[in-house]
Design a protein. Sequence first.
Length: 261
Amino acid sequence: MLKQTLIKATEAAGKIIQHYYGTHFQISNKEGVNNLVTEADHAAEKEIMEIIRSEFPDHYILSEESGSMPTGSRYKWIIDPLDGTVNFAHKLPLCCVSIGIEEDGMMIMGAVYNPFFNEFYFAQRGYGASLNDRQIRVSDETEVQKACLVTGFPYTYLDQPNGPLEVFGRLIRKGVPVRRLGSAAMDLCWVAAGRFDGFFEHKLNAWDSAAGYLIVEEAGGRVSDFSGTAYSPYQPSIAATNGKIHDELLKWIDGSITCNA
Ligand code: IPD
Ligand code: CA
Ligand code: CA
């Protein structure tokens, strides 16, 4: 039942963002520069919450635009109704709906849907990860310098020592391809699908990563914070890789290696 409701809510929100895409919707700014929220974010969130509440009225919901709505339930839905809003607002179809479910504090299920690419990612703890019902696995790359990476930049934190720009510069100066797509949930799913070997970002919120991190782990990858500790979506940093480049990537991030020559 949880799984059906998760799929139903994710698909319904995907249809809503598709409906608004390219139209003249309202856009407003949140904290930071170009941190946008649109009518589509709100409409998708409303639909997701209605679907969850019709089946599970007592469940705890944490959703980006509406905040935290605790109930004391063992189940918590962590929702990003539209991840990649800046892309969406510029008619770039790199955006998606992302919903994770925790049971007693452990992420047990996640779904990410990009309706523009018709890509539906799903994972259930212990049962693997899939893209449109076909099982996916992370890549086999073993060296950071041969890897294709992806990162993201937060709206309000960039220039600190070992911050996003410094780490990005360190890698690209050594010729490592590092892409920036603008949707953390897509970044994670594309690591899970073996398209990227690794993803890192300094400052995410729980709704950005809740579903995607489980999808990476269930596709055979490793997810941690920048110190290498098992990942929690309630702290900011994330490194998500195929596992094989993980320890090396953490050293590139903390500056203890700048090349492996
Ligand atoms: C953002 C995207 C982006 C990441 C930002 C997030 P939003 O989410 O995931 O890739 O770099 O930190 O806030 O605002 O589009 O839902
Ligand atoms: Ca997001
Ligand atoms: Ca969002």
